[in-house]
Ligand binder design. Structure first.
Ligand code: UD1
Ligand code: CA
Length: 463
């Protein structure tokens, strides 16, 4: 059956108190609207229409790769008006799923069950509902004595009897396309808010003797709408638990899942252990059997297998297998670290490749460099890549040794097996197998220290 999804996202989201349109606020690294679209994807909708209004430019820009049809609703005159605005885009047949862009917790499974129910019942319109302890604020589901759905009454239009109904409208509907098109023109704005209510279509359908139905959601969490940042944090908590549970059931360990933050798109291999404070964002991929230690942040990066990351930050980079990173290392964008490498404490790498088996164990800056295999980079080595105007690259070939506290002033080339003596400043190439000592010769002044010590002691005795 042909399915079309129509998502209402023109509202301002005033209560978010934000410059960003509400539906672009992110939950676990993805826009709320993106989550809704993912759920819709599961339904196999052929066409996805998004009604935009406030912040339309930003929404269309950010969602341009998702194959959507955007319809601009200039004035927000109500949910019914929003759908009327899209009338030209609506199909002649099949089902039309209408939902809102601010319900990020809805799942594809639920939408599928809902659509199947709608089709099986041969309804003109079906409403996804929930039974809430506190239904305040929602439209109430009004049924007759046989349980047939008669209408939806908004809180502001409800009398006391209707306010006592605790089955509510989630704001998600399935329509028969032909019926929707026929009935849209019958919506008026004769109500407490002076708005065109989409919900009126229920009563309109009943009046045309069309079949209506209510489908209660199994898990109320799924229909939760986000209106402010408190609700957004609640939704994020629920989403985070879902993501973490999924990974744990797939074989990832978490010492304390409450304190592990993983974006929706991340992939993590089996037997990897995540410690508290780990943040994995973007399209990161982490292999099997890794240890990701406390407070590590891995953003959009690929980590091999059996690699250990301790309290480090890795952004837009690649790390191989059985490598160890940190504590307190910083791999900035464009770092490509091989396998069995050691990147130790307070080592910063940027736009550099480091070959298999190499080591930079402490306190180094490796920027704009190509470092080969089995290279040893001593403590405190600096790749001097910037002259204040331009950046230059450094090459260090396989099995070279860079002594501690050396500066490699780029562009410079250390050839295979080249040795740089500790404390050197290197400005010329180091030939293959050579040792370069690039520091002033030591000067020895006999007795100097002894004399100094004597002076000190005498000074103290005077006081
Ligand atoms: C709506 C339902 C209510 C339901 C609730 C569930 C109506 C009349 N009422 O109420 O029964 O319980 O959702 O959350 O539909 N929007 C537009 N253009 C407009 C107006 C709204 O795109 O002109 C969008 C908003 O951005 C929002 C969604 O539609 O995403 C819902 O609008 P809102 O005004 O929040 O409806 P509610 O009063 O919450
Ligand atoms: Ca609302």
């Amino acid at each position: 059956m042909k399915a079309t999804a129509l998502i209402l996202a023109a509202g301002q989201g005033t209560r978010m108190k934000s410059e960003t349109p509400k539906v672009l606020h992110k939950i676990c690294g993805k826009e709320m609207l993106g989550h809704v679209l993912d759920a819709v994807e599961n339904l196999g909708a052929e066409q996805k229409i998004v009604i935009v209004g406030h912040g339309a430019g930003l929404v269309t820009e950010q969602m341009k790769d998702r194959g959507l049809t955007f319809v601009h609703q200039k004035e927000q005159l109500g949910t019914g008006h929003a759908v009327i605005t899209a009338q030209k885009e609506l199909p002649e047949e099949g089902i039309v799923l209408v939902m809102c862009g601010d319900t990020p917790l809805i799942t594809g499974e639920t939408l599928k069950e809902f659509a199947e129910y709608h089709i099986k019942e041969n309804n003109s319109v079906s409403v996804l509902t929930a039974v809430l302890e506190n239904p305040f604020g929602y439209g109430r589901i009004v049924k007759d004595s046989q349980g047939r759905l008669l209408k939806i009454v908004e809180e502001k239009d409800a009398d006391d009897e209707i306010k006592r109904i605790n089955e509510i409208n989630s704001g998600m509907y399935c329509f028969d396309a032909a019926s929707l098109k026929r009935n849209l023109g019958r919506i008026s704005n004769n109500n407490a808010q002076g708005e065109y209510y989409l919900t009126d279509l229920i009563e309109i359908a009943v009046m045309q003797n069309e079949k209506t139905g209510a489908f209660p959601v199994k898990d109320n969490e799924e229909i939760m709408g986000v209106n402010n940042r408190v609700q957004m944090a609640d939704a994020e908590g629920i989403m985070r638990r879902r993501i973490n549970n999924k990974h744990m059931l797939e074989g990832v360990s978490m010492i304390n899942p409450e304190a592990v933050y993983i974006d929706t798109e991340a992939v993590i291999g089996r037997d990897t252990v995540l410690y508290p404070g780990v943040i994995i964002t973007g399209r990161s991929v982490i292999g099997e059997g890794c240890i990701i230690g406390q407070n590590s942040r891995i953003e959009n990066s690929v980590i091999g297998r059996e690699t250990e990351i301790q309290s480090s930050t890795i952004i837009d980079s690649k790390v191989g297998d059985k490598t160890s990173v940190g504590p307190y290392a910083y791999l900035r964008p464009g770092s490509n670290v091989g396998s069995k490498v050691k990147i130790g404490d307070f080592v910063e790498v940027k736009n550099a490749s480091i070959g298999d088996g190499s080591k930079a164990s402490h306190l180094s800056y490796i920027g704009d460099a190509d470092v080969g295999r089995d290279v040893n980079i001593g403590c405190g080595v600096v790749f001097v890549n910037y002259d204040g105007v331009n950046k230059f690259r450094t090459t260090v070939e396989d099995e070279a040794f860079i002594g501690s506290n050396s500066n490699l002033v780029a562009p410079v080339h250390v050839e295979k097996n080249g040795y740089v003596a500790a404390g050197s400043t290197i400005t010329r190439n180091v030939p293959m197998g050579a040792l370069v000592v690039g520091r002033p010769k030591d000067r020895v002044i006999p007795g100097w220290g002894e004399r100094k010590m004597k002076e000190k002691k005498e000074k103290k005795n005077v006081k």
